[in-house]
Ligand binder design. Structure first.
Ligand SMILES: Cc1ncc(COP(=O)(O)O)c(C=O)c1O
Length: 417
């Protein structure tokens, strides 16, 4: 079944210390990778070596440690650029993750839109999809909830999601100013062809933002094949440290983007009553960054780049197909969006049970899954479920772990129904 031989898989797994432990008296099966992936040894080493040797602030000191820290930190921009397959028009802004990325963009893109129109209160038409994570919904609510217009003139519309057909054409595709879409749904694992969505519009949206939080590690298309202005992702879902992430952004948008956060390191000059910002990515990186996290993210990129990415994705795909097939055989177990093309995550519900109860019983058997709404409450409401059980996969998971998931679910169902 696997694109890896047993020995290749064993070698990969040996890199992830957290995999090798017992939970509740039985070997851990970690299937919560969509929430956060595990960390390989080279990433742990990169972080500890920064703290042990190069521990200083970046961009500020003329002394050797600060220079070393700055060099290691800045090198990660180029690593990410290469890893993503971005073109020369794309820059990398470091963030602490997807959530802050969308908050920065909601603020910055709105300001750019208003500036272009020379109307300081203008509210752009924003289109999202019903698959979005709260990180790509709430910042838009926060931007415009207080605008008087929004009660009269709904500014926010959603491409509908259908469990058998995927994203549906919105009846009004005549235009929007901002299109902000996930490329891979964390709650359902459903893949979204964002280029095809963009091409639905008679006039392309002015700003196209893509949530790559799940996409970045489970797909292998280079970024320059994607139609986007900004692509947002988190490091901790791609084997990097928590508190790391980035926005890959087209230069023309970067030039127009005003910062959400002000302070040290992002300024060109400050007087008592005025600030001018640095040019380029630095104007968006105020204050001391999470230096160790960025350096760890660089090590994660090195690690992933050394793997055969096609084999990783083929392996994950085989695991998911097998899991979907096996789970659907359990009486009462319903896969969300069965048959749709998915990557990374598989969500299901067991009729007559609450997902948390299933998740708790799975944990008792050492199987870690995520249960609940997955930060997609409107989607769960639309699906008419209180939440789902989500098993999410990474290239280091094994077919035997899928068997453990299926067996544990069968036992949980027998107890609960
Ligand atoms: C699709 C998607 N978008 C956004 C986020 C938010 O990412 P973070 O919590 O790393 O900021 C997540 C995290 O689960 C996600 O899966």
């Amino acid at each position: 079944m696997s694109a890896f031989s047993d020995s290749q898989l064993r070698e990969i797994r040996a890199d992830f210390p957290a995999l090798h432990q017992d939970v509740n008296g039985t070997p851990l099966v970690y299937l919560d990778n969509a929430a956060s992936s595990l960390t390989p040894q080279p990433v742990i080493h990169a972080i500890t070596s920064f703290y042990a040797k190069d521990r200083a602030n970046v961009h500020r000191g003329v002394h050797t440690l600060s220079q070393r820290a700055s060099t290691r930190y800045e090198a990660v921009r180029e690593k990410l650029h290469q890893f993503l397959g971005a073109d020369d028009d794309t820059e990398i802004i470091f963030t602490s993750g997807t959530t802050i990325g969308f908050n920065m963009l909601a603020h910055g893109v709105t300001a750019a839109f208003r500036k272009q129109l020379e109307q300081p209160d203008a509210v752009p038409q924003v289109m999202l999809s019903e698959l979005e994570h709260h990180a790509n919904i709430v910042p838009w609510h926060m931007m415009y909830d207080l605008a008087a217009q929004c009660t009269k003139n709904p500014f926010l519309r959603y491409f509908e999601f259908d469990q058998s057909r995927g994203l549906l054409n919105h009846p009004d595709k005549n235009g929007c100013d901002i299109l902000s879409l996930t490329a891979l749904s964390n709650a359902t694992g459903v893949i979204v062809d964002t280029n095809a969505v963009v091409e639905l519009f008679n006039t392309p949206p002015q700003f196209i933002l893509i949530d790559g939080a799940q996409d970045v590690v489970h797909r292998h298309r280079p970024l320059d094949a994607l139609i986007f202005d900004a692509y947002v992702f988190s490091g901790h879902k791609m084997c990097g440290p928590t508190g790391s992430g980035a926005i890959a952004i087209k230069k023309y948008l970067l030039d127009q983007l005003s910062p959400l956060i002000g302070g040290g390191d992002m300024i060109q000059s400050v007087s008592w009553h005025q600030t001018t910002f640095q040019k380029g990515v630095h104007k968006l990186e105020a204050g001391t960054p999470s230096i160790a996290s960025v350096i760890g993210l660089g090590a994660a990129v090195d690690y992933l780049s050394d793997l055969d990415v096609h084999a990783c994705h083929a392996h994950e795909h085989a695991l998911m197909t097998y899991a979907e097939e096996q789970l659907s055989r359990i009486d009462g177990c319903r896969i969300i969006a069965p048959g749709l093309e998915k990557a990374g995550a598989l969500s299901f519900v067991v009729d007559g049970t609450h997902p948390h109860d299933v998740g708790t019983l799975l944990d008792e058997q050492g199987v870690a899954v995520r249960t609940g709404q997955h930060c997609t409450e409107p989607l769960m409401n639309k699906l008419g479920v209180p939440g789902t059980v989500r098993a999410s996969f990474m290239f280091y998971n094994t077919p035997e772990e899928v068997d453990r998931l299926v067996n544990a679910t069968t036992q949980a169902v027998a107890l609960l129904r």
